[in-house]
Design a binder for this molecule. Structure first.
Ligand SMILES: *Cc1c(COP(=O)(O)O)cnc(C)c1O
Length: 385
C-alpha cells in the first residue's frame, strides 16, 4: 500500500469549526465582521488572561494575518520611513518584511543558545551602537521561535533601559507561557498568526494584542480603511483592509476549543523525540531551559553535530524525504537572506550555526502511533547506517 506523507505540521480540526461557519451562513454574516469575529476575539482574550495578568491589559483585534498585525503594530508605535527597528535575525521573513513596507530599516540581532531567540547581550550592543550612530531604534521585534519563549525578563530589562517598546511576535507561541503568564501578553503590542501550519489555524488569519481598549480600537480602525465617523466615506488617515473574515473567525472559534488539547499533543511529540534520540550520540533535542518556560512545542527541533554523528542535518532531511517524511531546516537567518544583505547585523555567528545544524521534525497534534513508529524506525535506520 502507498504510504501517506507525514507533514511537518498540518491543520487539525477539532469538530465544531463547521458549526460556527454554518452559523455565519445561516445568519448571512459573510463579511469581515460579525458574531464569530467578536466571539473569537473574546475567546482569545479569555485564554490569554489569567491571574498573572489583569484581563483589562489583554485586548485582541482579529486580523487577516500575523503579517498584517505586525504592520499595524509598527504603525501604532509610530515607525516611519528612515526609522530603524531591531529584529531577531533567526525568524521567518514575515517578522521583518513589515519594517520594509514602511520604508524603515531592520537592524538584525543574533540569538542566544538557551532559547534560540534574541540575545540580550547582542541586543544591548546593537542599541548602543545605533544610538552612537545617531539613530535610536524605534521598536524591538522579539520572537518566541518554535513556541519557545524568549528570555522575557532579560530582554524587557534592556528595552526598559533604553525606553524602546517591544513588539512581541507570538505567531508561533499561542499556548506557551513564561513564569505562568501567556506569550502574547508581554510586549507593548503582541501578535498571533493562524496560518495553515500554525498551532491553530483559521486557514489564514492573525491577531493584534494591545494593552488597552483604545489601541485595539485604533488597530481595528486602521484595519477597516480608516473611516472617520461620518455618514459618507471620509478619511483623514491612510487605512488598510486587514480585518478577519467572519467565516475564518468561525474556524478560529472551533480551534480555540481544542487549543490546550493540541498543545499537549505537540508536547507529547517533543517527549517522543527526547526518547528516540536519547541513545543517539551527537543529536540534541531542543527543550525548555528551566521551569520558567512552558513551550507549546509548535515544532520540535534538533541539532545534529556532524563531528560526532558523521552526518549532516541535510543528509537526515534527504533521507527522511525519501521515506515521505517532511523535515525542514530551521529558519534561515534574515541577515543571510539576499533581500536583507545590506542591513546592519549584530552577532557572533550563533544563528548561522543553528541554521547549519538544526532541523525541524514532524510535530503535528494529529500524528498517529503508526506515524511515530515510522519516524522512530526512519531515524534509527539513518543513524545506525
Ligand atoms: C507565521 C509567522 C508570521 C506571520 O504570520 P502570517 O499569519 O503567516 O502572516 C510572523 N512571524 C513568525 C515568527 C511566524 O512564524
Amino acid at each position: 500500500m502507498e504510504q501517506s506523507k507525514i507533514w511537518l505540521s498540518s491543520p487539525h480540526m477539532g469538530g465544531n469549526e463547521q458549526k460556527f461557519v454554518n452559523e455565519a451562513f445561516d445568519a448571512n454574516w459573510i463579511a469581515p465582521l460579525g458574531p464569530n469575529v467578536t466571539g473569537f476575539e473574546i475567546d482569545i482574550e479569555n485564554y490569554l488572561s489569567n491571574s498573572k495578568i489583569d484581563e483589562n491589559l489583554v485586548n485582541v483585534a482579529a486580523l487577516s494575518s500575523g503579517t498584517a498585525a505586525l504592520h499595524l503594530a509598527l504603525i501604532l508605535l509610530g515607525v516611519k520611513a528612515g526609522d530603524e527597528v531591531i529584529c531577531q535575525s533567526m525568524t521567518f521573513a514575515a517578522s521583518a518584511n513589515p519594517i520594509m513596507y514602511l520604508g524603515a530599516t531592520p537592524v538584525f540581532v543574533d540569538s542566544e543558545s538557551d532559547t534560540l531567540n534574541l540575545c540580550p547581550v547582542q541586543l544591548e550592543k546593537a542599541i548602543e551602537d545605533r544610538i552612537a550612530k545617531g539613530n535610536k531604534p524605534k521598536a524591538i521585534i522579539a520572537v518566541h521561535l518554535y513556541g519557545m519563549p524568549y528570555k522575557v525578563d532579560e530582554i524587557q530589562k534592556v528595552a526598559d533601559k533604553f525606553e524602546i517598546p517591544i513588539i512581541e511576535d507570538s505567531a508561533e507561541a499561542l499556548g506557551s507561557s513564561y513564569k505562568g503568564r501567556k506569550c502574547g501578553t508581554f510586549g507593548e503590542i503582541g501578535i498571533l498568526s493562524f496560518n495553515g501550519n500554525k498551532i491553530i489555524t483559521t486557514s489564514g488569519g492573525g491577531a493584534l494584542i494591545a494593552k488597552n481598549k483604545s489601541i485595539k480600537q485604533k488597530a481595528i480602525f486602521l484595519a477597516t480603511q480608516a473611516r472617520d465617523d461620518a455618514p459618507h466615506y471620509q478619511h483623514t488617515e491612510i487605512g488598510y483592509n486587514y480585518r478577519l473574515s467572519n467565516i475564518s473567525a468561525g474556524i478560529g472559534r472551533g480551534q480555540m476549543e481544542v487549543l490546550d488539547k493540541h498543545v499537549n499533543l505537540r508536547r507529547k511529540m517533543n517527549m517522543f523525540y527526547q526518547e528516540v534520540f536519547s541513545n543517539i550520540k551527537g543529536v540534541t533535542v531542543f527543550s525548555e531551559p528551566s521551569d520558567d518556560y512552558f513551550c507549546n512545542n509548535w515544532l520540535s527541533i534538533i541539532s545534529v553535530d556532524k563531528e560526532i554523528t558523521g552526518k549532516s542535518r541535510e543528509d537526515l532531511r534527504l533521507f527522511m524525504e525519501g521515506l515521505k517524511i517532511e523535515c525542514r531546516p530551521l529558519w534561515k537567518p534574515m541577515h543571510l537572506q539576499p533581500v536583507f544583505k545590506n542591513m546592519p547585523f549584530y552577532g557572533d555567528g550563533l544563528a548561522e550555526e543553528l541554521f547549519d545544524t538544526g532541523l525541524c521534525l514532524p510535530s503535528g497534534s494529529n500524528l498517529t502511533n503508526e506515524d511515530r513508529e515510522r519516524l522512530s524506525l526512519g531515524i534509527n535506520e539513518f543513524f545506525r547506517a
